[in-house]
Design a protein around this ligand. Sequence first.
Ligand code: GLU
Length: 422
Amino acid sequence: MVDNPFESAKKQLKAAADLLGVDKRTFSVLSQPKNELTDDIPVRMDDGHTQNYNSFRIQHNDALGPFKGGIRFSQDVSMDEVKALSMWMTWKSALAGIPFGGAKGGVICDPKVLSQAELERLSRGYVQQYVDNIGPDKDIPAPDMYTNSQIMAWMLDEYEKLTGHHAPGAFTGKPVELGGIPAREAATGYGGFVAVQEIAKLLKLKPKSTTVAIQGFGNVGHNAAEFLFDAGYKIVALSDSQGAIYNKSGLDPGAAMACKLEKGMIAKCYYAGSVTDKAKARVIGNDELLELDVDILIPAATENQITAKNAGSIRARAVVELANGPTAPEADKILHQGKIPVVPDVLANAGGVIGSYFEWVQNNYGYYWTTKEVNEKLARIITTSFVNVLERSREHKVDLRTGAYLLAVSRVAKAVQLRGGD
Ligand code: GLU
């Protein structure tokens, strides 16, 4: 079993590259990041001592456009995880047909124990470290796990101070006041909702009778839940890192979020009458959530959740990946054999980077669109990608992930070949 995400990412690439017959030189370019940047960031803590935080910026490929991808603040983040995430960004942008490459950043830290002032100094420190490597036409960071628009605001401010000019397109996922766009915050969840609608249509499922379980209740899981709930889908299970709740008659994600904010964890929302009621609901574990008998399973937390160990126990009719890398390659095979389609991350969670693209375009343009316009354009990209991926996977008799990779990898490979060089 592979639980190193970069090994998984390389396996996925190899499967597609073999089918495409990618030449050796191009394959070696695609299978490793172009730049692996890492350094310690010294941060002055509130008590006066200096703490060093290990950080990364991995730039996988920029053949189609500037490197693009979020920055993750987490105690568990590692070099190999960020390398995998940077490669997935390359395929995600290429599949969406937006002119970006792939990158990802990370800082090993526990953001929950940092004060706001420490978080600000860490965010500014990150930019001081990588200022020469980022920029609107070089590498454009964005939020990811445990980073948000406030962190992007500090990073942008530091970048503009150091470079001496305004450059709103250097970061996306910014606050609206600093050139962000209102649709960006919920964009990944919105794109995920569009992906669910597509797979539901394919399986001939009607929203009202379609049950959904969502693992992860951060920005992505929560927003996707809200869009699905509003469209009439029945959300029967929700979870955060500390546990899950299940109610076969359905949960209201808005009430669940209000309760989570009040009680600190979703599993404590079991007794709150407004969210779920004791007679019909129960607290379950995160593992149990994955194995529920539901129509749509949405992993929206972290990597490597569906593995060779539990893939055989998945009972959902389809999996829609809103996390990056939640399904290990061995599990993909088991699900494919079991005829459970997996709408892959590079398609299903692309709404975030597509939203970022629209933010960046508007920053470059200095002219802003309405949220409706942004969401319509975003939905169109996800729907078109879905149709193309489905067609490609049917044509080659492969799963949807491989179909998505065939499209994405061939686009990047072509750009690498056209550029030539060594
Ligand atoms: N962090 C998001 C992702 O994994 C968004 C990246 C971006 O907007 O650049 O897709």
